[in-house]
Ligand binder design. Structure first.
Ligand SMILES: *Cc1c(COP(=O)(O)O)cnc(C)c1O
Length: 445
């Protein structure tokens, strides 16, 4: 049995910790030493570790604790807009705009022309209207908030009519029926899961109706014997009844993606042109900006939403307004969008380029990790519920054996590498790795 009295005291150990105290602060270092001594007293290793060994363990645990849990990772999952990995990465100009807004006061609600009070949404309204043809626009924290405040403003205490084929769950607690309840309106489901007709909406309209709603079924497809009422027809039914029509696009996009070989999602401009009174969509899905929720549509409806007290609770901060403005500006020049907007750049990377990269990297990855590495074809996903059945031909590395162990090893790196396990291998889809160096720097030497 080891003699615990031989262990050095906390003060004795602290005396050799100048550099650690400099880096982490005295109280944190003292606490880490106490914790390590307590562990040794409980486990009573024989022989007892000397001061040098104890301080080595303390240093390692302090370094580990100092790493941010929200640190950058390499997303090699093959899902470009990965919700759990933070969705879109921002364009350089957006990052710069956000940084500038953080470093100094900004004219957020200050009108530089008159010197009087300005409006925080004014920075984005002009661009949003220009890019979509909408009459007016406002912004909130995310698209879930956009839907919530739109429903609450237009249909509180009344019914919102939605097709049974569109009662989506986006993930987490975002389920259309739950959002309706929080917004204070009553969900009035019409039609069936696979088929809803114009007459279903017409027959449901009554004195209690607040609005007609269309929801983009962004993360699933209903195929086969199906029928939904197209947005222009639904807008017509709403207009006839003197009711507003809300179209929740989910991802939405400001440009026709087919130009870059991605099958088209509904554009916001089309949804506006189709006669919706209000359209909602996300900032950090296909649009490629920071988390945000956009609400576009008729002037008096946007004004009513801006007067809703919820707006204050759901508003965006200056950092994201700055980054959103810079992101939207890129859409004024669609010809250079794919060069400048990382989301589009990644989505439109040619398969041949990714495969060449995989061939280049395979031997180096095998050498660094000491495992078997094979170049494979794989299929990337867009993610975030956009175009759920669409995949993009890609290439990657299949790592074997023991994929679980490899996955854990790669997660523990200073820049964790996140892949996905499939068919007994750890797959690293290289679509979201524009530069070899990022992977080589992250791997153990
Ligand atoms: C993603 C999505 C939402 C929620 O948007 P967030 O920006 O994630 O809050 C709402 N509706 C639809 C149809 C969606 O696809």
């Amino acid at each position: 049995m080891s003699d615990l009295r031989a262990l050095p005291s906390v003060d004795r150990l602290l005396a050799d910790c100048d550099a650690l105290i400099q880096a982490h602060g005295r109280s944190v270092v003292t606490e880490a030493i106490r914790a390590e001594l307590a562990t040794i007293r409980t486990s009573r290793p024989d022989p007892l570790p000397d001061s040098l060994r104890i301080l080595g363990t303390v240093t390692a645990s302090l370094q580990d604790a100092a790493l941010s849990r929200l640190r950058p990772v390499l997303n090699l999952t093959g899902t470009v807009l990965h919700t759990n990995l933070g969705r879109a990465i921002l364009a350089d100009t957006a990052v710069e705009a956000a940084t500038a807004a953080m470093r100094a006061p900004a004219a957020l609600e200050f009108d530089l022309d008159s010197g009087g009070r300005g409006e925080r949404d004014s920075h984005l309204r002009g661009l949003l209207c220009e890019l979509t043809g909408a009459e007016d626009a406002t912004v909130v924290n995310n698209n879930a908030a956009a839907v919530l405040i739109a429903l609450n403003t237009l249909a509180r205490g009344r019914e919102a009519i939605v097709s049974r084929g569109e009662l989506i769950e986006i993930g987490g607690a975002f389920r259309m029926p739950a959002i309706m309840e929080q917004a204070g309106c009553r969900l009035r489901e019409v039609g069936t899961t696979n088929r809803t007709h114009a007459r279903d909406y017409r027959e449901a309209i009554g004195p209690d109706t607040g609005l007609l709603m269309k929801v983009h079924t962004s993360n699933y497809r209903i195929e086969g014997f199906t029928s939904q009422v197209p947005a222009p027809e639904l807008a017509g039914i709403a207009r006839q009844a003197g009711l507003p029509m809300l179209n929740d696009l989910g991802s939405g996009t400001l440009v026709d993606l087919s130009r870059w070989g991605i099958s088209p999602e509904p554009t916001v401009a089309a949804a506006i042109a189709e006669g919706a009174d209000v359209v909602t969509f996300s900032g950090d899905k296909l649009l490629g900006g920071p988390q945000a929720g956009f609400i576009l549509g008729r002037r008096e409806i946007i004004a009513a939403i801006n007067r809703n007290p919820l707006k204050r609770a759901l508003r965006m901060d200056k950092i994201r307004i700055a980054a959103t403005e810079a992101t939207l500006r890129l859409y004024r020049d669609p010809d250079r969008l794919a060069e400048r907007l990382p989301t589009l750049r990644l989505l439109s990377r040619p398969e041949a380029e990714i495969r060449a990269q995989a061939e280049r990297l395979a031997p180096m990855v095998a050498a660094r990790l000491g495992c078997r590495v094979q170049v494979i074809a794989c299929a990337s996903q867009i993610g975030s519920g956009a175009l759920p059945t669409e995949t993009l031909a890609s290439a990657g590395l299949a790592l074997t054996p023991s994929p679980d162990g490899l996955a854990e090893r790669l997660r523990r790196l200073a820049v964790p590498i996140i892949g996905r396990i499939h068919d007994g291998a750890l797959i690293l889809d290289l679509r979201c790795l524009p530069e070899d160096k990022a992977l080589l720097d992250a791997l153990p030497v």
